[in-house]
Design a protein around this ligand. Structure first.
Ligand code: NAD
Ligand code: ZN
Length: 362
């Protein structure tokens, strides 16, 4: 069992990594909690809802189903859920238990942020990505037509329960997509975590419980530390964006349909690592070690038909350099990164081309 304290001006709470911790829900509910609304998707509820039901025991609760999927992560769904809460007698004393992947934790977290101007939320993350990333840190929100996560709020939870027991039902591709975010954590801040991912690949992929618990704990510890030091996207929180600059461009370029978020981040980490190497910030040995670990958890979907120039254009600059406009998080050694602006456009283009080539070989 591992507890990581997240301390923000809004609230201090624990992110608990422990097999079976879903059974402990009741401990974290205020003694006089009002109505409890569990927000989930029918697939997750069907697979693991009994754990929540059992843990809530005699506590009266209502289960609200969200349809799931990125296209449904919209304000209209938040409104629909809020209406259901009102019909069921929800009020400012109510509490939300978010039970699902990152889409559920984002939507239910946002619902909690705005329902009656804010009610408490407990985050119970059921995908690897949500466990190591989305559920910790208080960022909540929904998509607009113009882009992802454009409407949202910081709303820190009461507690984050991370129970690795629920991961065995996760599709293998979703599991690997979450692993890329853990690789990210190793590169930005924890050489030992990176070493585990490099050396224990078989155990990680086979979901050996001890290994899985250790890497989840390693990633949650980093997220908790970074959010504690910097709740709102200042320089430190930016380091969590390693691989995300080019990764977001790839997701947008392919209409958010070809790549899972973690897979796009894997691609973006290849590109950022190459930028770091060719701009003289990272040794060739460290660069190839990073590329090898990312590849080791592949493959990611084919990149055919994707143009490097289009990805570059999506980085938000039509100038010769991306100076002052785009920040890159670049590794300087394994376990440490620098946030850099003003990277030469030629280096970015070369790195994207190289990443497209690497993805083809993988
Ligand atoms: N708030 C943040 O800081 C933050 C950080 C990273 C990502 N996100 C958001 O997270 C979302 C992606 O989250 P995700 O990758 O978890 O996707 P997801 O929530 O869509 O979950 C993936 C799929 O797995 C299913 N699922 C969930 N748990 C399962 C389980 N235990 N067994 C079997 N199936 C299960 C889901 O129903 C879904 O079909 C994106 O919208 C992204 O913007 C937010
Ligand atoms: Zn991410």
């Amino acid at each position: 069992m591992a507890n990581y304290r997240v301390q923000t001006p809004q609230r201090a709470y624990d992110a608990i990594v422990e097999r079976g911790c879903i059974a402990r829900i009741d401990e974290f509910l205020p003694a006089r909690a009002g109505r409890i609304f569990v927000v989930t998707t029918s697939d997750v509820w069907g697979l693991h809802g009994d754990r929540v039901k059992k843990a809530l025991g005699a506590r009266e609760h209502q289960v609200l189903f969200f349809p799931g999927g990125e296209p449904r992560k919209r304000l209209a769904e938040v409104e629909a859920l809020a209406e259901q809460m009102m019909e069921a007698g929800g009020d400012r004393g109510s509490l939300i238990v978010a039970f699902g992947g990152g889409i559920v934790t984002d939507v239910a977290g946002f619902l909690a942020a705005v329902f009656m101007r804010g009610i408490p939320v407990m985050q119970i993350a059921t995908t690897l990505l949500a466990q190591v990333d989305a559920a910790v840190g208080g960022k909540t929100g929904v998509n607009l037509v113009a882009g992802k996560n454009l409407v949202g709020a910081f709303h820190q939870p009461l507690v984050v329960l991370i129970d690795p027991d629920v991961l065995h039902t996760l599709p293998e591709r979703e599991y690997r997509a979450g692993l890329y975010e853990i690789i990210k954590c190793g590169v930005i801040r924890d050489a030992e975590l990176f070493r585990v991912l490099a050396d224990d690949r078989e155990r990680v992929l086979a979901q050996d419980p001890k290994t899985v618990d250790a890497i989840i704990a390693g990633a949650v510890k980093i997220k908790a530390e970074v959010v504690t030091a910097d709740e709102r996207e200042g320089d430190l929180r930016r380091i969590l964006n390693f691989g995300h600059t080019v990764g977001h461009a790839l997701e947008a370029e392919t209409g958010y349909t070809r790549f899972l978020h973690g897979e796009a981040v894997a691609f973006g980490m290849h590109a950022a690592t190459t930028i770091a190497e060719i701009s003289g910030r990272l040794s060739a040995d460290d660069a190839s070690a990073i590329h090898a670990v990312i590849r080791g958890y592949g493959p990611i979907p084919a990149v055919d038909g994707i143009s490097a120039a289009n990805l570059l254009a999506r980085l938000g600059s039509d100038k010769k350099t991306v100076q002052g406009k785009v920040h890159f998080v670049l590794p300087v050694t394994i376990g440490e990164v620098a946030v850099v602006s003003g990277v030469a456009e030629a280096h970015v283009l070369e790195a994207i081309e190289t990443a497209l080539g690497q993805a083809v070989q993988a």
